[in-house]
Design a protein around this ligand. Structure first.
Ligand SMILES: O=C(O)CCC(=O)C(=O)O
Length: 313
């Protein structure tokens, strides 16, 4: 019999997660059809949580965001405004899975604050999560935009086109528990992950698209670091690498366990990786190394107070 001191599980029952390392190109309809095929394959392989990559419905790059952007608000959007929203909802519903739908470029047009001025259009890098009945559960707009300049390596300035989101995203999957969702460059910011984990997440999931400069050095390291900091599962889901495309993704989608051990990792090509998650691994990591009772948020109170907006959808 469970005693009152038995900790309640962070992950309520074992679950198989799949990261679909999708090969996508410039044809949005073909990308959506390919994603649907691969989500079906992931579900047939027993996954109940399926993850797609960042910008899975378009090429990745500042020139492409406006061209591929879809209007998501007011929600639910029409088929015409957002074919990807409806395609993702159908993939989740048809396969009875939770679908963390990578990310898509989002367009938001709002009246200007100044009278007489034109409408304002903003673009976001946005992830949509759907329930097994096809209901939208959460929307995450990438909080930290990918602006870097590594001479001889890679220069990228998402902020030339995109606006940042301004909330942390924690989504409740009722049969399993809480999952923190963020996008790619967000993984470099441990505070976001720590606050999500302290809200009780069993996993942190990042659709991402690292590159051939930072990928080999930092992709796995960051996945393992966020798992190690927070003693929870971490999943990173990349597009497949396409050397004929404009952006060369690192690939190597992976799932890391709460002791920071890589459970599974893809290569560069299109592939689905699966991992079985259970609460026991979380519990044993947290019992063996009891960070939760040792954190000194009196010494670093900003993180403990979590001064961020917590949004529902
Ligand atoms: O942080 C990096 O090195 C890559 C980030 C990235 O590709 C992105 O945010 O899309």
């Amino acid at each position: 019999m469970a005693s009152s001191t038995t900790p309640s599980p962070v992950l309520k029952q074992p679950v198989r997660i799949a990261c679909v390392q999708l090969a996508s190109g410039s044809d949005k309809a073909a990308n959506l059809a390919r994603a649907a095929e691969k989500v079906r394959e992931a579900a047939a392989g027993g996954a109940k949580i399926v993850v797609l990559p960042e910008c899975f419905n378009s090429p990745y790059g500042c020139d492409y965001f406006p061209r591929y952007a879809e209007t998501l608000l007011p929600s639910p959007p029409s088929e015409e405004d957002s074919p990807s929203f409806h395609a993702l909802a159908a993939m989740a519903r048809d396969n009875g899975v939770y679908l963390i739908g990578g990310s898509i470029p989002e367009r938001e047009t709002t009246p200007s604050s100044q009278e007489g001025e034109e409408l304002q259009t903003r673009y976001y890098n946005t992830s949509l999560t759907f329930s097994p009945s096809g209901t939208l559960l959460a929307t995450h707009r990438k909080v930290h935009l990918f602006d870097i300049d590594i001479p001889g390596g890679i220069t990228f300035r998402e902020s030339d086109v995109l606006s940042p989101g301004n909330k942390l995203t924690v989504v409740d999957l009722p049969e399993y528990g809480l999952v923190g969702i963020a996008i790619c460059y967000d993984v470099r910011f441990p505070e976001l992950a720590t606050i999500a984990a302290r809200k009780g997440c069993f996993a942190l999931v990042y659709p991402g698209a690292f590159n051939l400069t930072t990928g080999p050095l930092h992709w796995e390291l960051l996945g393992r670091a966020r798992a190690l900091d927070n003693q929870c599962y971490v999943a990173l889901c990349s597009p497949a690498r396409d050397m004929r495309g404009v952006y060369h993704a690192w690939g190597h989608s992976l799932v890391v366990d709460p002791m920071a051990k890589v459970m599974v990792q893809a290569g560069e090509k299109e592939e689905i990786v699966f991992a079985d998650l259970d609460d026991q691994r979380i519990e044993s990591a947290r019992t063996g190394i009891p960070l939760r009772h040792q954190w000194r948020f009196d010494v670093y109170p900003d993180v403990s107070q979590g001064k961020v907006n917590i949004g529902e959808t």
